[in-house]
Design a protein around this ligand. Structure first.
Ligand code: IMP
Ligand code: MG
Length: 213
């Protein structure tokens, strides 16, 4: 086992319950925006692997046999009140494709190098497809800027960022457009729920601040 080089202190910031509630909200937004479409959820490894898996499972699966009449029947039976179009849009669902790519911008420390490299490209075709780039955190914005350029050149039908965390105070690249954001965090170093320090802490089920002494 590699021993920590410094004293590392972990303070919980975002609980498991908060995360799952927010993931469900993001999935509802995505259900609405992409109803009836094919969408590729493209994870940037390794940081967004856990968010990617949870988000994918929170999105409603497209069911071609489902009709508005089915929804109407269910709605009447449950006695719940929803606007008709709300019921149909949310239940139409999405055909989700899962893919992965690896980009590296950090060494083993807590400061970005600003140099972004795609070390493992996506394997599914991009041209003509709707892509949601699933990120762990947008920090300086260098990675997102590089990815935006990549997807523009590959002629995706559309691409949007969905980031679990956003650290606006640290932005070095202005005007990064991110449609789906889990949580804004202050300028602190965070670990857990996929985010690491030197490859450790990714498996924490919650998000914590990491401090050194
Ligand atoms: P960028 O600075 O926006 O390019 O962020 C690139 C990458 O830095 C992210 O995908 C994370 O892997 C990593 N990173 C940035 N801030 C943190 C943090 O607070 N904890 C863990 N990793 C981080
Ligand atoms: Mg990292």
């Amino acid at each position: 086992m590699s021993p920590p080089t410094k004293n590392e202190k972990i303070t919980p910031l975002i609980s498991q319950q908060q995360i799952s509630a927010r993931v469900a909200e993001l999935a509802t937004q995505i259900n609405r925006d992409y109803a009836g479409r094919d969408v590729t959820l493209l994870a940037t490894l390794s940081g967004s692997s856990i968010f990617h898996a949870d988000l994918a499972r929170a999105i409603t699966q497209y069911q071609p046999s489902k009709t508005l009449a089915d929804d109407e029947q269910k709605r009447a039976a449950s006695g719940a009140f929803f606007a008709t179009e709300e019921v149909s849009v949310l239940r139409v669902g999405i055909n989700v494709h899962l893919d992965f790519m690896k980009v590296s911008s950090y060494g083993s420390g807590t400061k970005s190098t600003g140099v972004v490299e795609m070390t493992f490209p996506p394997s599914l075709p991009i041209e003509g497809r709707h892509i949601i780039i699933v990120e762990d955190i947008i920090d300086t914005g260098h990675t997102a800027a590089c990815l935006a350029e990549y997807f523009k050149n590959k002629n995706a039908a559309s691409y949007q960022f969905c980031t679990f965390l956003n650290k606006p105070a640290r932005r070095e690249v202005p005007n990064i457009e991110c449609k789906y954001i889990g949580f804004d965090v202050d300028d602190v170093f965070v670990v857990g729920y996929g985010l690491d320090y030197d490859q450790r802490y990714r498996n924490l089920p919650y998000v914590a601040e990491l401090e050194f002494s």
